[in-house]
Each structure stands twice: as structure tokens, then as C-alpha cells.
Ligand binder design. Structure first.
Ligand SMILES: Cc1cc2nc3c(=O)[nH]c(=O)nc-3n(C[C@H](O)[C@H](O)[C@H](O)COP(=O)(O)OP(=O)(O)OC[C@H]3O[C@@H](n4cnc5c(N)ncnc54)[C@H](O)[C@@H]3O)c2cc1C
Length: 286
């Protein structure tokens, strides 16, 4: 289907984009890579009068080193994140998740910030950024604010970004030297996960010293699996110990039931995939 007619503006700065948002209010929609928005417009599930394209704002693109954390611009494409050496070195969990995110075509258009702002609970980037303790920089009419990951994801397709605000960058604390793995369970290739687990571990002398685990599609938002993180800490990196700790993976989760699997199947998957992800992240055989 063809989208309903809309007016289009492509500002070249965040201030201009905010001014356009302020002017057109509820009648406007931000466009990033368009990989989620355009299908919605084509199905006429949304019909904004104005589309504000962030594609010409160069300051929103790229990855930079900011000391103890990386700054990832909201308009950095999945492809650029996937191939960025800073991300690979200091936030390998994000590289791992981006590897299996959609297909090459979508990765060339879709953006890091667009994906997180869209907040699909099956999206592949929420769990890794949450697990790594990322924070979100949001620009609005009264300036810029920084929101922790724990407050960014509010509900299904809902974030802390206000109607008059724009996500500009994501700050990801460095996890240099940590092992990382994203274990994604799909029915067919290039799909959103039925369940996925993002695991980053720091292993010293065969013992798991720190673990950070994020869950995809186990609730209305990405989740941090704190119970399993605690259960893993101090355990030897062996299949038996990791599988026992991973039994806590679904604690506190509220997974959906749909044609791909019911809630109890997803809970089972979360435990199995967590064990696999942790063992792979630590470099051990499953
Ligand atoms: C065939 C196909 C397969 C896919 N498979 C996967 C997959 O396996 N895993 C996965 O995670 N994703 C998948 N995706 C989605 C993909 O990751 C998209 O890139 C992502 O969902 C949206 O990013 P975008 O840059 O295209 O944003 P858009 O589609 O342009 O925008 C999405 C929403 O976010 C808002 N928005 C965008 N940027 C900002 C901003 N900076 N500030 C405030 N609001 C903003 C928009 O207004 C819109 O509501 C797939 C998409 C397609 C088409």
C-alpha cells in the first residue's frame, strides 16, 4: 500500500529538527532509517502530516571514545556499528547482537537509535545495551537529559522519549576484555528472535567474576536478568555450574504467548539460551 500523503522536512541540525517537532507537534513523526516506520506508514497504521528526516544531521552519526564509555550516535547504521573497531573492542556484546540483526540490506539503512527508540521487545539491541548499563541522551525544547537504561524502556513500543524530543546518542560503558555472546533463537534466518539472550562475562582463572545478562522478547521491554547474574557470580565456568545458575533466567520475566511459542516455552528457552550464551561468552564448550 502507498502511505497517506505527508509533508517532508530534512533538517541539518538537532536544533532545527526540534524546532520542526515543536511546530508540528502530534502531526509529526521522526524518520531515521525507515525500516520500521515506513512499513507502518505503508500499512496506514500511522498517517503523520509531517515526516522529519534525521538523515542529514551529520552530528548524530558515528562512534567515539569518551574515556570510560563509548558514544554511539543515534543515526549510526547497524552496519557501521557492526564494523566499528571501538565497539568490537569495548562493547563486543553489541557487535555480537548486530551480527544477527536482520539482513545486510536492513543493516545498511536501519539505525542504532531508531531501533532503540522503536522499542520493539523483540528488537536485538535493547537487551545488550541494557546489560552493559548504557544510558540514553535525549534532546528536547528545554535542553538535553540523560536517562539510564533502566528507565528508558517503559513498555511495548514505548520509551522515555517525549513527543517533542529526539534521542541523540547512547553512552555505553566500556567492557574491555569481557567475553560476549548473543544467542538468538529464530525459526528462519534474518528474523526477530522468539527469545534471545545477551551475555557478557568476566572470567578470571576459570571463575565467573562478573556477569551481565539481558533478555530479548521475555516481556514488554528488554530485561536485565539480575537473578541469574547473581547466581553466576563466583561460579566456575563449567557446563554444570552455568546450567544450574541459568535456571534463574526467567525469574521475574513476563514473556508473551503467540504463534511462535507460549510463555512457558519461552521461559524454558530463556534458561537453555542463557547457559549457551554464558558458556560461549566465557569461551567454554557447551
Ligand atoms: C525485513 C526486516 C527485518 C528486520 N529484522 C530485525 C531483526 O532481526 N532484529 C531487529 O532488532 N530489528 C529488525 N528489524 C528492524 C530494524 O532493526 C530497524 O532498523 C529498526 O527497528 C528501526 O530503525 P530505523 O532506523 O529504521 O528507524 P525508523 O523506522 O526510521 O523509526 C522507528 C521509530 O523510532 C522513531 N525514531 C527513530 N529515530 C529516532 C530518534 N533518534 N529519536 C526519537 N525517535 C526516533 C521513529 O519516529 C519511529 O517511530 C528488521 C526490519 C526489517 C524491515
Amino acid at each position: 500500500m502507498i502511505p497517506a500523503p505527508f509533508s517532508y522536512v530534512a533538517p541539518t541540525s538537532v536544533d532545527e529538527a526540534l524546532a520542526a517537532l515543536a511546530e508540528h507537534g502530534d502531526d509529526a513523526k521522526i524518520l531515521a532509517g525507515g525500516q520500521s516506520l515506513l512499513p507502518v506508514l505503508r500499512m496506514r497504521l500511522n498517517a503523520p502530516e509531517w515526516v522529519i528526516d534525521l538523515g542529514r544531521i551529520d552530528s548524530l552519526r558515528g562512534v567515539r571514545d569518551a574515556g570510560d564509555h563509548l558514544v554511539i550516535g543515534a543515526m549510526t547504521t547497524h552496519h557501521d556499528v557492526l564494523h566499528d573497531p571501538l565497539v568490537a573492542e569495548h562493547a563486543a556484546l553489541i557487535t555480537a547482537a548486530a551480527t544477527d540483526l536482520a539482513d545486510a540490506q536492513v543493516r545498511h539503512r536501519g539505525t542504532f537509535g531508531g531501533s532503540l527508540a522503536h522499542a520493539d521487545p523483540a528488537g536485538d539491541l535493547g537487551a545488550p545495551v541494557l546489560a552493559l548499563g548504557a544510558s540514553f541522551v535525549i534532546a528536547g525544547p528545554s535542553g538535553t537529559r540523560t536517562v539510564p537504561g533502566t528507565e528508558f524502556f517503559v513498555d511495548l513500543f514505548e520509551t522515555a522519549i517525549g513527543d517533542d524530543e529526539i534521542l541523540t546518542e547512547v553512552h555505553v560503558p566500556k567492557h574491555t576484555g569481557w567475553g560476549a555472546h548473543y544467542e538468538k533463537f529464530v525459526r528462519v534466518a534474518h528474523q526477530w528472535p522468539i527469545v534471545a539472550v545477551a551475555a557478557a562475562v568476566r572470567v578470571e582463572g576459570g571463575t565467573i567474576e562478573h556477569a551481565r545478562i539481558g533478555l530479548t522478547n521475555m516481556g514488554s521491554t528488554p530485561l536485565r536478568a539480575t537473578a541469574v547474574e547473581e547466581a553466576l557470580t563466583g561460579q566456575p565456568l563449567t557446563a554444570d555450574a552455568v546450567r544450574a545458575a541459568a535456571q534463574h533466567a526467567a525469574d521475574g520475566a513476563n514473556p508473551p504467548s503467540d504463534l511462535n511459542g507460549d510463555a512457558s516455552y519461552r521461559s524454558h528457552l530463556a534458561c537453555v539460551l542463557t547457559a549457551r550464551a554464558v558458556l560461549a561468552a566465557g569461551g567454554a564448550d557447551g
